[in-house]
Ligand binder design. Structure first.
Ligand code: ADP
Ligand code: MG
Ligand code: MG
Length: 254
């Protein structure tokens, strides 16, 4: 599904290298987790995959189902089936949540050469998805994320994800700032979307989200690279012992 090879990235404005050769393959239907200390480059990886400005790829590739993502603009990446949920969802005053969702869904359909959804079909779809995620009608009418609690913002992102039906979902610290109930709801939303044709890359600083979203594979990222890969037990090892021992094995200062 997603294949990242030898990815090197620096800041556009400065001579600062952030990603130093990331190699990562996520198979269809699998959930991979990336853990790692603060500042290791996890968010940068998700930004670069989404096509955010400010970063320069100096080497390597990232393909989605064989197509080079790094050559596409952000809209093309979304149309190709990539979805990213970020640590800090943006607030969009003046734009109703429904309008936003409808615009996003129809932009994606247009980019894929499909017809727009009718107002009726869209409404049916959004209500059905919102119900399964326990999002009430009021939240659909309010401006995007304005005045939403941390938990509501995250649930709203999962709703966006459910509406867009992406192939490859990347969640960057979707658990940060959530209480246990909100986190469980987000995890349930993700688990409901798990499917043999859809893959997830779950980026998290802490292990607790992975109690609810069981990963198939766990990677540890440090100093701009994946330094260790294992099964779910690797997340527990980090939970119990911290990152220090793994970093020391690789000669990286914590
Ligand atoms: P993580 O998500 O693992 O905490 P980040 O990808 O946010 O790590 O950051 C990796 C490193 O790159 C950090 O040292 C961070 O300070 C630096 N960095 C990332 N983006 C920028 C930027 N736009 N300007 C300056 N430094 C940045
Ligand atoms: Mg960080
Ligand atoms: Mg981060």
């Amino acid at each position: 599904m997603l294949e990242i090879k030898n990815l090197h990235v620096k800041l556009e404005e400065e001579d600062k290298v952030i990603l130093k050769g990331v190699d990562l393959t996520v198979e269809a239907g699998k959930v991979h987790a990336i853990m790692g200390p603060n500042g290791s480059g996890k968010s940068t990886l998700s930004y670069v995959l989404s096509g955010r400005d400010g970063y320069e790829v100096t080497d390597g590739s990232a393909t989605l189902e064989g197509e080079e993502l790094l050559d596409m603009d952000p809209e093309e990446r979304a149309a190709a089936g990539l979805f990213l949920a970020f640590q800090y969802p943006v607030e969009i005053p003046g734009v109703g949540n429904m309008t936003f969702l409808r615009t996003a869904v129809n932009a994606q359909r247009k980019a894929r050469g499909e017809e727009e959804l009718s107002a009726g079909d869209f409404l049916k779809l959004v209500r059905q998805k919102a119900k399964t995620l326990k999002i009430d009608a009021d939240m659909l009418k309010r401006p995007v994320n304005v005045g939403f609690s941390g938990g509501e913002k995250k649930r709203n992102e999962i709703l966006q994800m459910a509406m867009l039906e992406p192939r490859m979902c990347i969640l960057d610290e979707t658990d940060s700032g959530l209480d246990v109930d909100a986190m469980r709801l987000v995890a349930e939303g993700v688990n409901a979307l798990r499917d043999e044709n859809r893959s997830f890359l779950v980026i998290t600083h802490y292990q607790r989200l992975l109690d609810h979203i069981k990963p198939d594979v766990v990677h540890i990222m440090a100093d701009g690279r994946i330094i260790k890969t294992g099964g779910p037990e690797l997340a527990l090892e980090v939970e119990n012992n911290g990152y220090a021992a793994i970093l020391a094995e690789h000669g990286i200062e914590g």
